[in-house]
Design a protein around this ligand. Sequence first.
Ligand code: PSU
Ligand code: MN
Length: 304
Amino acid sequence: MKSDQLWIAPRVRGAKLPVVALESTIIAHGMPYPVNVETALEVESIVAAQGATPATLGILDGRIIVGLSEAEIRRMGSEPGVLKACERDIPLAVAQGRNAAVTAGASIAIAAAAGIRVFVTGGIGAVGPHASRDFDISADLPAIAGYPVITVCAGAKAFMDIGATLEWLETQRVPVATWGSDQFPLFYSRRSGFSSGWRVDDAEEVASVFAAKRRLGLDGGLLVAVPLPEEQALPEEVTRAAIHGALEQAEAAGIRGKALTPFLLSKIKELTGGRSLESNIALIKNNARVGARIAAALGSMDLP
Ligand code: PSU
Ligand code: MN
């Protein structure tokens, strides 16, 4: 993607502080209004409070915007008909002058074009629960593997196939760190039963491995999975029961493709009596804190 095709907000273009990119699918399709808008604005404040500059990404009227204003975030979160754009949908949204929220993968592509090195989301899309039969592997994964951006998340969304996702990331040369834990998290819950093999306890270590990857001339990104603090996480059995119920309902209703993730998120919310949404809000804020610290650590390094 060419950087001259982006609308970079002046406060992002002129930023003296390191920039952290944020996505908008979580706003338009991942959470209900108005908590979606409130959360997006709070996440921006958290990034700013940690000494970094937040830049929420999205497409409005066909323009790819790096650094949505508060009013633009509100549009994203409340207007009907906002597309969910993964990377392949960006040209369509631009050519047709559409409003589109960008997924993690699309955000990573835009961040790379804008020269932003750190991207924060809630949970990435990954190898789907029936991938061996329906080939549903999120376009988030090849973006993480292909662009020089560090993605900070709470793991893959809980209904993904975590084991297969970690295998995919290894095949595609993505270093995967787990933050302060030996286990890869399960989005709303702290433990998935899988290890990534690399535990980190500080932002400098993440930054130094990314810097080494750049100096070695190796393309692509790095994934950091941050488990929620115990007090805010859902017990693993609550998450697993809700996933099971939600997947059954999706199957019965024949939900497929890009509609699946928003459907499952909202069913899981119903099945947990709203607790999953609370965890989702807590985890994105937690990830923002970690992402801003990594951006600050990177900011003091010389990166090729
Ligand atoms: N994280 C959340 N909620 C979300 C998403 C991430 O906490 O809704 C979005 C991201 O934009 C991610 C997308 O890219 O879900 C994945 O969709 P799919 O599984 O269809 O690729
Ligand atoms: Mn998918």
